[in-house]
Write a protein that binds this ligand. Structure first.
Ligand code: SF4
Length: 201
C-alpha cells in the first residue's frame, strides 16, 4: 500500500539526497550512529512516513544486526528512548520536525566516525567526486560544476544541481509534455525526497 516500513527504507535510498544516503550507508555498515547522525536520519525518516512503530523496528534491526553489533537488551536500555523521544512519545512530548538544510549546516561538522552533516560541505573533493560517481554522474564538466559549487560554499545549489542531473530524463519528459516542474532550490532533505518520489513514482 506504499507505506514506509522498516524493511522498505533501504529501497528508498534512490530518492534520498546525499546526506541521507551517507547516513543510511553509515548505519548499515557500522550498526550504530552517533547522536547527531541518529537525530538527522531519524527525523528525516519520520518525515518520509516511517511511523513510530516501524521506526523502532528499523533502528533495532540496524543496531542489532550484523557482526559486532549490540544486543537487543542494550538497544532497549540505551537507545530506544531517544528514537521514541523524536516521535514525541517521551519527555516533553514535542513533535520534532525533520531538519532542514540550514539546521543541518548549523550543527558541528562530523568527526571521522560520524556521518551527519552535509556532504557537499563536509566531504573532501575526492570523496565527494567518488560519491557523485556512484549516484551516476560522469566525471567531466557536470561533475566539476558540482564540485566547484561545493568548494565555493554553495552547498544547496550543488545539491539542487545533482538532483537535476540525476532526474534529468524525467524532468525533460515532463517539460516536453507541457507539465510544470518545480525547479526551485533544494532547502530541505525531505523536499529532495518528495520531489524525487513525485518524479519517479
Ligand atoms: Fe542534505 Fe541539504 Fe546538503 Fe542536500 S544540501 S545534502 S539536502 S543538507
Amino acid at each position: 500500500d506504499g507505506s514506509v516500513t522498516a524493511e522498505s527504507v533501504p529501497s528508498l535510498m534512490k530518492h534520498m539526497p546525499l546526506c541521507m544516503n551517507h547516513l543510511m550507508k553509515g548505519v548499515m555498515t557500522e550498526h550504530h550512529l552517533k547522536y547527531s547522525g541518529r537525530q538527522q536520519l531519524s527525523l528525516f525518516l519520520k518525515g518520509i512516513g516511517l511511523n513510530a512503530e516501524e521506526a523502532m523496528r528499523f533502528w533495532q534491526m540496524q543496531f542489532t544486526a550484523g557482526p559486532g553489533s549490540m544486543s537487543i537488551e542494550r538497544f532497549n536500555k540505551d537507545y530506544k528512548y531517544t528514537f521514541r523521544h523524536n516521535y514525541g512519545l517521551e519527555g516533553g512530548r514535542i513533535n520534532y520536525k525533520p531538519w532542514d538544510c540550514r539546521t543541518i549546516l548549523s550543527k558541528p561538522k562530523p568527526s571521522k566516525s560520524e556521518f551527519h552533516g552535509c556532504p557537499y560541505r563536509d566531504m573532501h573533493r575526492d570523496q565527494l567526486a567518488n560519491e557523485l560517481h556512484k549516484m551516476g554522474l560522469d566525471s567531466g564538466s557536470r561533475m566539476d560544476d558540482v564540485l566547484d559549487l561545493s568548494d565555493r560554499g554553495e552547498y544547496q545549489t550543488a545539491c539542487t544541481k545533482v538532483f537535476e542531473l540525476t532526474h534529468k530524463d524525467r524532468i525533460d519528459a515532463m517539460l516536453k509534455n507541457g507539465e510544470t516542474v518545480d525547479e526551485t532550490s533544494i532547502i530541505h532533505p525531505n523536499l529532495y525526497y518528495s520531489r524525487s518520489v513525485y518524479l519517479e513514482g
